[in-house]
Structure formats: structure tokens, C-alpha cells
Design a protein around this ligand. Structure first.
Ligand SMILES: [Mn+2]
Length: 444
């Protein structure tokens, strides 16, 4: 994989030397924004111009529009592996730095395809899109940008239990560069900006059942310990912090673990996981440029806006989880789904499907499919657990095959995947996915 990365670096260098403007296309989540940021930061440092676009998903019409743009090098990051066949017919050079599941097409000489799945490495846990992108610029002496690859990994739920695979090598780069430090601590969010009950309720990773996404549960928990819930964590005394730590460990031992911090960064962005949450909030609110500008170094106003979006987004997630708690999922034989026409719920459906599973609001013995209507289409987010994957579930494959069957498209990872299908096929689609999951589990 590293030698494929060198091919990509060499291709990039050729275009850098010709003083060209590099075209970057990336995905709109925290990983995609980190992917664009790691490349854009590297190019900016070298005085190379670039033009970046962040999009929710790569679709055939976008791929065909881009082909007519007058750039000599396109970089697709955290996306692109599904379109190698199309890139082969581009007149320009193309670098694809992705980590989603691949389909069979071989790359022609104008395309460098960098993806862990091509090398037997699991892209759902051992390398993110930002990691793949980092490998493209790593040999330009850019180890001081390695932390962006880890922010992307956190965004894609990798590294929460320690980094493995290629992520581990990237972690070593980040430590070696001196930018990153690791220390043990309580992994609760917004320790110095939110009241304690909110810090706990907004902590989704690691999950705290009956506290994560549950303000009342959080307040009850704190009152039981005799701690005042309105105080900030940073204002707690030593003794109170110890009480809290011990009680939280009883709920989830992962709550006291390695924290990855950028000591020179401002407090809001000091913790890599919290950094990824802020980028995620920008992406989910369709403020892709804002997220990217923060990752490119903008602070003050940009960050203030992003933190406002994050507050709103977190409250939407809490509202979504309350809805799941009240309504539950709709059960099929091998899967379960969530559907709502409510505007707020629609926007966080994928997120509440994942968090709902991890905080045990949703039964984790069946994959969960979140559906939200987008005009005449339905956006699908499928989530399951590592243990279901070990039993044979592959949501990327199930969503890809079943959406193709209805003229839609989909794919992703075995553990988390997405699709877009025509609205009218909703019912048949759900049953086809359910059958496919049954087949994967050998239940047919
Ligand atoms: Mn990704």
C-alpha cells in the first residue's frame, strides 16, 4: 500500500512542479473534510494552488460534469473508488484516496487508486479517507499534518478503542512530529464549555447508557452522587472528579482512557475527537466550507459559528434519541428500521441509528436501517455492530446490491453504509435488504 502511495505522491509532485491548480473533491463528513484539509494544508505549505469542493455523495452526473473541467489533476478523497472505470476515461490524471469498499475495475495509467481494501486492509477500521489522503502527501515531509488523518479516523468511528493497522503508523507519525500528545483522562466532551449534565449527555463515544442523549438520566445520575449538575466539569474539585470518574467507569470502563490532544491548539479543538465532532457538525449542517476553513486554520468567527451549529446539532440528536426511546424501531425478520417525516429527525437519522445502537436504545442483534425522505428519493443509512459483521453481515454489499436493483446507488463499509433510492421503492427495498441480510447470516 505504501508503494501505491508513493505512486500517488509522484503523480502529485509532477503536477506541483508545473505550477498547476489541483482539483480536490471530497466527502462532506468529518473524515471527508479532514481528507481535503490534509491535502489542502500540504499544498498551501508548498505554495501550490488548489480548488476544493465538498459534496454529500459522488454521483454519475457529477463524475461526468467534472470530466469537462480544465484541470490536469483531480484528487478524490474519501470517495471515488466506485468510479474508477469512469476516471480511466478522463483526459486528466486522477488520484483516488478512498477507504470505502471497492468494485472490480482496474485503474489505467492516468489513475492512481489508493484504497486499503485493494491490499487486504480493512478500511472500516484500519484506515480512514483522511488517512488514505495523508499517505498521498506524507512523503512531502508532512508528518506534522498526520493528526488530520486521526481526526478523520475518529469521524468514521475508528480509533475509539485505540488505533490499529495503518492508523497506528499514522499515529506514530503524529507523535514523532511533536504535534500530538496522549494522556489518560475522562473522555467526556465540552468539559469547560457546558454544564456537567450536558457534557455527559453529549458524550456518545464511549456510550453511557441512560446518560448519553438523555438529559434527565444525566441529571438523575449526578444527583445520586450529590454532584451539582449545573457546574462545569472544569470547575469540579479534585475529590468530586474522582467520585465522578469512579461512577462513570462502572457504567462504561472505556470512559477513562487515552485522550489524544494537540497541546498548542485552542481549547475547543485541542482534543482530536472533539475536533472531529465540530467538523461533523459543520458537515451535517451543510456548512462544508466552514468546516474546511477551520481545518485550514481559521479561528475566531468561523469557530464561533461552528460551535453554534454544534450546539444545535447536539440538541437535534438528543431529540432524535428521545424519539427512538419513545417509538422504537420497526421490526423485520433480520433487520429493523427507523423512518420519520419530521424535518429535524430526518436530518439526524443516520446519526441516531448509530448512537441508538451504541447506547443500547436499539436492540443490537439486528442491523438498523435509518430512512429519510429527500424530495423524490429516500436517503438510507445502515448501521450494525462489529459482532454482527463477524457473523457475516455486510451492509455495504447489501445496500449496494439492493439499491442497484431499484435504480438507486449505495455502498460503504460492512459495518456502516448508505444508499439513495427512489421514494416509491421504499417498501420493496426494505424487504430486499432484509432478505439479503438474512442470506448473509445464513437465515434463509
Ligand atoms: Mn470516510
Amino acid at each position: 500500500m505504501l508503494s501505491r502511495a508513493s505512486e500517488a505522491t509522484n503523480m502529485l509532485k509532477e503536477h506541483m512542479e508545473k505550477d498547476e491548480v489541483i482539483r480536490i473533491i471530497s466527502h462532506h463528513d468529518a473524515d471527508g473534510i479532514s481528507s481535503a484539509a490534509v491535502i489542502a494544508n500540504a499544498l498551501a505549505e508548498e505554495g501550490v494552488q488548489y480548488h476544493t469542493t465538498i459534496i454529500p455523495r459522488l454521483k454519475p452526473d457529477i463524475v461526468n460534469e467534472l470530466r469537462h473541467e480544465k484541470y490536469n489533476l483531480f484528487i478524490f478523497s474519501d470517495m471515488g473508488s466506485a468510479f474508477i472505470k469512469d476516471f480511466n476515461t478522463y483526459k486528466s490524471d486522477v488520484i483516488v484516496a478512498d477507504h470505502h469498499q471497492v468494485c472490480g475495475s482496474e485503474a489505467e495509467s492516468n489513475v492512481v487508486h489508493l484504497n486499503p481494501h485493494l491490499f487486504g486492509i480493512d478500511g472500516s477500521k484500519d484506515l480512514s479517507g483522511a488517512g488514505s489522503s495523508y499517505l498521498v502527501i506524507r512523503d512531502l515531509n508532512k508528518k506534522h499534518l498526520a493528526h488530520f488523518a486521526l481526526i478523520g479516523a475518529f469521524g468514521d468511528m475508528q480509533g475509539q478503542k485505540g488505533f490499529t493497522g495503518v492508523n497506528r503508523l499514522i499515529l506514530d507519525d503524529a507523535l514523532e512530529s511533536g504535534r500530538l500528545e496522549i494522556h489518560e483522562g475522562l473522555k467526556i466532551v465540552s468539559k469547560s464549555s457546558e454544564p456537567l449534565y450536558k457534557s455527559l449527555s453529549y458524550t456518545f463515544s464511549p456510550p453511557l447508557p441512560k446518560i448519553s442523549g438523555d438529559f434527565e438520566g444525566s441529571i438523575e445520575f449526578l444527583e445520586r452522587m450529590g454532584l451539582s449538575y449545573g457546574i462545569k466539569f472544569s470547575d469540579l474539585g479534585e475529590e468530586e472528579r474522582d467520585i465522578l470518574k469512579n461512577e462513570l467507569i462502572k457504567i462504561n470502563p472505556d470512559i477513562f482512557a487515552d485522550c489524544y490532544t494537540l497541546p498548542k491548539e485552542i481549547p475547543f479543538l485541542r482534543d482530536l475527537e472533539e475536533y472531529s465532532y465540530i467538523l461533523d457538525a459543520c458537515g451535517k449542517n451543510k456548512k462544508f466550507g466552514l468546516g474546511l476553513s477551520i481545518a485550514l486554520g481559521e479561528r475566531e468567527k468561523a469557530l464561533e459559528t461552528a460551535i453554534g451549529l454544534q450546539k444545535k446539532y447536539r440538541d437535534q440528536i438528543v431529540k432524535g434519541l428521545e424519539w427512538v426511546k419513545r417509538e422504537g424501531t420497526v421490526q423485520l425478520s433480520n433487520s429493523q428500521y427507523l423512518y420519520s417525516d419530521d424535518k429535524v429527525l430526518k436530518s439526524v437519522m443516520g446519526t441516531i441509528a448509530s448512537i441508538g445502537l451504541s447506547v443500547e436504545l436499539i436492540d443490537n442483534s439486528k442491523p438498523v436501517i435509518g430512512l429519510s425522505r429527500l424530495h423524490n428519493d429516500i436517503k438510507i443509512s445502515g448501521r450494525t455492530t462489529r459482532s454482527m459483521v463477524e457473523k457475516g453481515v455486510d451492509l455495504g454489499k447489501a445496500l449496494q446490491d439492493s439499491s442497484n436493483n431499484f435504480g438507486g446507488q449505495g455502498g460503504g463499509h460492512d459495518i456502516a453504509a448508505g444508499a439513495l433510492i427512489p421514494y416509491e421503492s421504499k417498501h420493496n427495498f426494505l424487504h430486499l435488504v432484509d432478505d439479503m441480510i438474512g442470506f448473509q447470516l445464513g437465515n434463509d
